[in-house]
Design a protein around this ligand. Structure first.
Ligand SMILES: [Zn+2]
Length: 178
């Protein structure tokens, strides 16, 4: 169910994954009770961070897609920030429709938006919260923020509903061992 807090059956998670937060790595295991969580492939994570750097000095943005009915993010669609601003981002409506078609064709479902913060932490700004209320009144989307404030990029994800911000854990799958 879209917007449900229950997690999908934990089949795809590898034994070890790490939470990408600057300065420390957290090892998760199957034993941890899965609450709402966003799972990124390694490629998707790398593409989001690369897009954030490419967008400098402006905020970068894009949509991402998951396997339908899951929070397993399998595709990232870098987009232009039509606001061309270091303080806000704005998606292009036509590009958004094209991205949704591409996601459909790839068997993915758009489940959220990523944007970067060039000089502030990876936490939703008041503008982000009011945008979420407009774009996503039912709190179904995931809002990823990549902060480039520090030397190491920091990626975090949030749900937003009725002005309330809830952070959700992000797991980046480790590459399968050869
Ligand atoms: Zn923001």
């Amino acid at each position: 169910m879209e917007g449900s807090v229950s997690s999908p059956v934990d089949r795809g998670l590898r034994a070890h994954a790490w939470v990408p937060r600057a300065g420390r790595a957290v090892v998760l295991s199957h034993q941890i009770t899965m609450t709402a969580m966003l799972r990124l492939t390694r490629d998707t994570y790398n593409e989001m961070v690369a897009h954030a750097y490419r967008g400098l000095p402006y905020e970068a943005c894009g949509l991402f897609g998951a396997r339908p009915g899951t929070t397993d993010v399998v595709a990232f669609y870098p987009m232009k920030n039509v606001a061309a601003s270091s303080e806000i981002y704005q998606l292009d409506g036509m590009e958004m429709m094209n991205v949704e078609s591409a996601a459909d064709a790839a068997g993915a479902q758009i489940v959220g938006v990523m944007h970067s913060h060039t000089h502030t932490t990876a936490y939703p700004s008041p503008t982000d919260v009011s945008d979420a209320a407009m774009f996503d009144p039912f709190g179904a989307w995931h809002f990823i923020i990549v902060s480039l404030k520090d030397a190491e990029p920091v990626l975090r994800s949030y749900r937003m509903l009725d002005g309330k911000i809830t952070e959700e854990p992000v797991v980046v799958e480790v590459q399968a061992a050869l």
